[in-house]
Design a protein around this ligand. Structure first.
Ligand code: ZN
Length: 288
């Protein structure tokens, strides 16, 4: 194939072409000048990845402000459970709605809009979901009701629980991780639900390895298969009470986990004012 034809077609052997020609013994590669290389994926994008905000506007606002300090974001990817537990469901829905976003629905969201039986929840969660449901306007209910259980975006699959059972399954065991890897065919899956930040990779066909992320350190994604949990914004459960979140940067392709302090006392005071269960109020300061 001539260099001219190569430049016309734009692709040879899966390698982008135009510009200088480099020979090795078997294949001819036509290299693009750096400025001609298009971004991989649909576009250059920074996405703020959040999960389990749980009606905690102080935590959510702190995360948005912190993400701005770390270079900002083009859109928010929410992995479910925007509401339930905390005192500000409407404010949290409002803050997400102010930004371009993609959002999947979680079990507490479904229960609060009457689309999932409350009987499957523990008494504290049940009480909080009942209270939450009474606070929502019909617009807010519709906003949640339009959210799907699974979204595919480029090489990401997003869900709340797991790709096998987006509503209920917790990916906290090797068994659940192995089953999850068999239920999506992109490189990466983003999920929440456990409120524990982690990176999980397959190990052979029948095992998997969980890692705690290094906060503030970009993780190169390459073409590795991974399940990534950004942790919980509004009710972390890994022993660290600070809000947990992540940022995806499409150029270069990395995900970085972060932690940020928020005004826990204000959230707790509002929960007491609304007579939400004391157990849910106290756990915020322990991150458990
Ligand atoms: Zn949750």
């Amino acid at each position: 194939m001539s260099a001219y034809l190569a430049s016309t077609l734009g692709l040879i052997e899966g390698v982008l072409v135009i510009g200088s020609i480099v020979n090795d013994s078997t294949v001819v590669y036509y290299r693009l000048a750096t400025e001609q290389i298009p971004a991989r994926g649909p576009k250059v994008l920074n996405a703020l990845i959040v999960s389990d905000v749980h009606s905690n506007i102080e935590a959510f606002q702190s995360v948005v402000n912190d993400a701005d300090r770390h270079g900002g974001f083009d859109e928010i990817w929410s992995l479910g459970d925007l509401i339930g537990y905390g005192p500000d469901p409407s404010a949290v829905i409002g803050l997400l709605g102010q930004h371009k976003h993609k959002a999947v629905i979680g079990n507490h969201d479904l229960a609060s809009i009457g689309k999932l039986s409350l009987e499957a929840f523990n008494p504290y969660a049940k009480e909080a979901n009942l209270w939450t449901g009474r606070q929502l306007t019909s617009d807010e209910r519709n906003f949640l009701d339009r959210q799907p259980q699974i979204i595919e975006e480029g090489e990401f699959v997003m869900c709340h629980g797991s790709p096998r059972d987006p509503v209920w399954e917790y990916v906290v065991s090797i068994t659940a991780a192995v089953a999850s890897f068999n239920h999506f065919d992109t490189y990466r899956c983003l999920l929440g639900h456990s409120h524990i930040p982690f990176i999980c990779r397959p190990k052979g066909d029948d095992s998997a390895e969980f890692q705690t992320p290094q906060f503030g350190v970009p993780l190169p994604l390459n073409s590795d298969r991974m399940i990534i949990n950004p942790g919980g914004v509004g009710q972390p459960r890994d022993g660290d009470p600070r809000a947990s979140y992540a940022i995806y940067d499409s150029e270069p392709e990395t995900v970085t986990h972060y932690r940020v302090d928020y005004d826990i006392k204000t959230t707790q005071d509002k929960m007491r004012e609304h007579k939400l269960p004391e157990f849910l109020i106290e756990r915020l300061e322990f991150g458990k």
